[in-house]
Ligand binder design. Structure first.
Ligand SMILES: [Zn+2]
Length: 219
């Protein structure tokens, strides 16, 4: 596992790799957005923080009011991967980006890594919890003071006997296999940040310098 700052060798996915990724996503209920469908989806579209050359086919899984999006960097019409571009797994709600994993570099383990993280966001969306106090679906909230951390929250306090918002751990409803993957990644990230701190460098530089996704209302 490599975390920002290191430069693993680029290995672009092949047509076969992409086919495998596509089959995997479709088995999990993701729908590919073909160019003719994109016009309908434009209102919901978030533009990735990078230059777009060629038309990419994104995949989306919609459930419980959330959308899991996977951008593979594969250009279907040209039958090739975009030359300089990572892949992305994000969660969107009502046209708003609610969660984005760090971009996934195309390296030797790209196919497996992308499928794993697509599976993680699929599980997060399909496992969106219901509030125990009021029965509403819970919202993705940001943890203050902890970069990138999330939790599930229900702020429907008028219907809560406690009169307080309800909270659940971000990994609530995640199966053991997912928790294991997430723990391994968090551990690696922690180690990387400690190393950066020891070197007197900003451990969050990559995250801060990364360009953001933007919402587009008009084309
Ligand atoms: Zn509630």
């Amino acid at each position: 596992m490599t975390i920002g700052g290191e430069m693993p060798k680029k290995v672009l996915p092949t047509r076969e790799d992409f086919k495998e990724i596509e089959d995997y996503l479709k088995r999990h209920g993701f729908e590919s957005l073909e160019p003719e469908k994109l016009s309908r989806e434009r209102a919901y579209r978030l533009v990735p923080p990078r230059r777009i050359d060629g038309r990419e086919t994104p995949f989306v899984y919609k459930d419980k009011g959330l959308e899991a999006w996977v951008w593979t960097s594969w250009l279907r019409n040209e039958n090739r991967a975009r030359e300089n571009d990572p892949a992305w797994t994000i969660i969107v709600q009502s046209n708003t980006l609610r969660y984005s994993r760090e971009p996934i570099k195309r390296t030797l383990n790209f196919k497996k890594t992308l499928m794993n993280w697509a599976w993680i966001i699929w599980r997060r969306v399909s496992g969106r919890p219901t509030c125990k106090e009021c029965g509403f679906l819970m919202e993705i909230s940001y943890k203050h003071g902890v970069v990138g951390a999330r939790f599930w929250k229900c702020g429907n306090i008028r219907c809560h006997a406690s009169g307080k918002p309800a909270r659940l751990d971000w990994d609530f409803n995640m199966p053991p296999k997912a928790k294991k993957m997430l723990e391994a990644r968090r551990k690696a990230k922690k180690k990387y940040r400690e190393k950066r701190r020891a070197q007197g460098k900003d451990p969050f530089a990559a995250r801060k310098n990364r360009k953001r996704w933007t919402k587009v209302n008009k084309y």
